[in-house]
Design a protein around this ligand. Sequence first.
Ligand code: ADP
Ligand code: MG
Length: 679
Amino acid sequence: MTVSANVQEKLSRLGICSELDLLLHLPIRYEDETHLFPISDAPSGQVVQVEGVIIHTEVVIRPRRQLVCQVEDNSGILVMRFLNFYGSQIKTYAVGKRVRLLGEIRSGFFGAEMVHPKCRIVREGESLAESMTPIYPITAGLTQKILGKLIGKVLQDVQKTQALTETLPEKIIQKHRLTGLKESVMCLHNPPPDVSVEALQARTHPAWRRIKFDELLAQQLSMRLHYRQRRSHSAPVLMQKHKLEKLLLKQLGFELTTAQIKVSVEISRDLAAAHPMQRLLQGDVGSGKTIVAALAALQAIENGFQAALMAPTEILAEQHFQKLSAWFNPLGIRVVWLSGSQKKKQKQAALDDIALGTAQLAVGTHALFQDQVTFHQLGLAIIDEQHRFGVHQRLALRMKGSLSNTVPHQLMMSATPIPRTLSMSYFADLDVSVIDELPPGRAPIVTKLIADNRRDEIIARIQHACQQGKQVYWVCPLIEESETLQLQTAMETYESLSKEFPDLSVGLVHGRLSTQEKTTVMASFKRGEIQLLVATTVIEVGVDVPNASLMVIENAERMGLSQLHQLRGRVGRGSEASICILLFQQPLSEIARKRLKIIFEHTDGFEIARQDLQLRGPGEFLGARQSGVPMLRFADLEQDGELLLAAQATADEMLNNYVEFAQRHIARWLGDKTEYLRV
Ligand code: ADP
Ligand code: MG
């Protein structure tokens, strides 16, 4: 197909670079111009087509200059209203002209009316469209008409070309009762007259089903292939001995929950295999992932290998270091700390320990993955809050131990609950374990939404809480545009709160403090010496101070749902009933109102995540993943769960039995977008 450079440039803006892209540029909706409704019978609230003769035309000035025409058919009269119009339209729509209108009917002041309908002059008895009119996504300078023509041309030739040859084996087509691909594409561009309009619009029609299936399958294939490739490496076999595990569990002050036991069993089994584990451990904030990670580390250590635990922030890494040292030191296990801000001498000592293997567990930040770090025998890499890191697949390979022909096992942990369908789809290259219950004895968190002009009440509440020996977080507003401004706000808040509470000990923690300073502040908060901790969102992940039972979040309307959920998860960690106060500033945008309503009504992270997915689409959940994973254009994870299951099963079947088909299918749908696979 040849088109001008100008058109080509516009097409590429729509992501269309080939004939196949054009064929897969599918309508976003359809307009039904295949039949006419009598004006008086036309249903309101949906797009309908009517036809009639203009019996009156005038330009009305008030309340605003507009063109108003009355159109009459045998059944009644309809008002057509144009708020923007050209002078020439007054003539075009002169009395006596016959017009066909497409639009939504509403009842207005003068009876039924259509505002800005699609309107054209017709002859009496002019034939109707034979099929639904497809409406395509377009871009400036590229109209429906041009795009429709281009697609039409390619469709004409489609029988002759290879563009849509089948990539699925007949057996799979039969099994899932799929419509042919060519047939489906043709149908979606040119729906036959007898097609179910509802099914087409709702994208449940068999033709849509086929397209979505193919798309989901391509995604599954590429991710499962990636999974298999990584799995083809060898990994140290870490036998299940459970000796150290028993010792640790005995000294803990609590019993593992059923969910913790279940995921530990899954992890332990993986570690004992000869290929690298690639497991994502999901669990809501406070569900107790740390102990699960600790047990996994013990299995590596028990087999003479090292384990590494990496966290995204210094505060969190430090906290892990302390907790794990307290658990492991009594077992005679050596834990070392490595961070970017460490003094040179201490760092060198840690590096030596890691290289010699005297350090059995290394805890730290990104510093653990620097080139200068060489492990003696790394068996397991644990990555906390993995969505903060991305490109996890590269990390483990970098962390090779001295057994250079093996790859360490990998455990990724995330407190951002990911809705099931999303994780089945975008995380199909990982095995997923879910901790789906919280440890017992947690008092529920009560969430309150309060407009920030009622700050006085909050002050009284904080005073009261601290008098009762409770501790409080005050989270400063998030200012995305400027870190300096954010810092300044935090300082000011700290100063004003210090003045407001002369009797309380107030602390401040923010991202610009040195590790040492942060640690000092957090430690004294943990010991109860600080009663009110003013903080920026640095405390969002992982921080664990069970005695803190009141949290105030300023300008909550600026924060995303998962961030609010994470922050709120800092309280409600003890047996004390906890309160989270979300201060917001009016007026609220529509989206902010929806978010606050969700966070107010729900405390279950998975439910919040599910609603967040509906609100914002998958991008936010994927974080750094997004760039590498094939995104979905047609399938809707909420609606197409059943197809996703089918695609998942089919992907493995094809990779096992129909490799060539699988390759062709990936090539068609992902083309050169499979970079991710080669990592
Ligand atoms: P997260 O999953 O958010 O990382 P943590 O591992 O920090 O959660 O655990 C939160 C708190 O719950 C910690 O104080 C931890 O010691 C405690 N905890 C973990 N498991 C249990 C359990 N089975 N019973 C009681 N408390 C537990
Ligand atoms: Mg944690």
